[in-house]
Design a protein. Structure first.
Length: 157
């Protein structure tokens, strides 16, 4: 079975760019134009700029915490292949984990951040016992792909 979440990653990237464009346009309109006079509903322009900036920073922190990843999975052949790239701004290094099916010892899905973030921890057999790979974020996977991944990994155990 082979799948990836390219379509979801594209939608996330488009949403991120649209939000940053909306942020800059709203700040420019508030600061430069006379469209908005000194006060609206008794609140001055600078307070709106601060509020919009706080909302934007909260959105960035929220998305950063979720750690969306491009994720590709392949279990054809003798190896399990996980390829993933974080969508975080400064952490977009391409990574891959290739495991011989005979060395696969199981997996665990860790759920955190108010049940919004899901990480896959893959376990392998080594000479010294069971070892865990660093977690892979599954937050950007659709429910269908998560179910397919779980079914495939359960068959390998």
């Amino acid at each position: 079975m082979v799948f990836d979440n390219q379509k979801i990653v594209t939608n996330i990237s488009i949403r991120r760019y649209l939000i940053i464009i909306a942020y800059f346009i709203s700040i420019i309109i508030l600061l430069v134009s006379d469209l908005v006079k000194n006060q609206i509903f008794g609140i001055d322009k600078s307070s709106y700029v601060v509020a919009i900036t706080i909302l934007y920073v909260m959105y960035i922190l929220f998305v950063y915490t979720l750690n969306y990843n491009f994720f590709s999975y392949n279990d054809d052949g003798s190896k399990l292949i996980f390829r993933f790239v974080s969508l975080r701004a400064f952490d977009n290094k391409k990574r891959a984990i290739e495991i011989n099916k005979k060395d696969f010892a199981g997996y665990k899905i860790k759920i955190s951040f108010f049940n919004l973030r899901q990480d896959l921890v893959v376990k392998i057999k080594t000479k010294k016992g069971i070892a865990n790979y660093p977690p892979i974020s599954l937050t950007a996977l659709s429910l269908k792909h998560k179910k397919m991944l779980k079914n495939s990994l359960n068959q390998m155990i």
